[in-house]
Design a binder for this molecule. Structure first.
Ligand code: MN3
Length: 197
């Protein structure tokens, strides 16, 4: 299987000013494309060629000799979710099914958002903040570099990229401001809700 860079569901300038066209040009057009290109090159003539992206991630997660494949496969998967989880004029009111689940598992929407922002802020170095389903319960977690909750048998339903390439053009070193803007003004809650079991 040859993996391909997915097209975005919106124009590269459609998330501005929260996420600029320059950021999307670089992040989607260059960074994500590089992960896809590297992944295809690394998979050539291996026993993983032909496996699904999820299978590749799960099979290489604990194998240091396949770290290159894991990193590029993980980043491809993570970015596919990330682009889908945003939309122009995002944020706002969640579908009631998702809202109920979040209130049940976090106590309130505000507490969930606080936990999510905190996860992203405290991820040391590059990585991701996640909302994931763990045995039927919604949890907030974080991961380093290319990893994600799939490797712990959880199902991520929202991911925020906290690598510097995701926010440095628009927010410089202010990662907390980027995370607040993401959760309040960019998230496509209808898409996140569609991933609930
Ligand atoms: Mn990225």
């Amino acid at each position: 299987m040859t993996f391909e860079l997915p097209k975005l569901d919106y124009q590269n300038d459609a998330l501005a000013p929260i996420m600029s066209q320059e950021t999307l040009d670089l992040h989607h057009g260059k960074h994500h494309q590089t992960y896809v290109t590297n992944l295809n090159n690394l998979l050539k003539d291996t026993d993983l060629a032909g496996a699904s992206l999820e299978e590749i991630i799960k099979k290489t997660a604990k194998d240091n000799s396949k770290a290159g494949i894991f990193n590029n496969a993980g980043q491809h998967w993570n970015h596919i979710l990330f682009w889908k989880c945003m939309k122009p004029k995002g944020g706002g009111v969640m579908p009631s099914e998702l809202e109920k689940r979040i209130v049940a598992d976090f106590g309130s929407i505000d507490k969930f958002k606080e936990d999510f922002i905190q996860a992203g802020v405290t991820q040391f170095g590059s990585g991701w903040a996640w909302l994931a389903i763990d045995n039927g319960k919604l949890i907030v977690t974080k991961s380093a570099n290319a990893s994600n909750p799939l490797v712990q048998n959880m199902k991520p339903i929202l991911g925020c990229d906290v690598w510097e390439h995701s926010y440095y053009v628009d927010y410089r070193n202010r990662r907390p401001d980027y995370l607040k803007a993401f959760i309040n003004d960019l998230v496509n809650w209808e898409y996140v809700a569609s991933l609930l079991d």
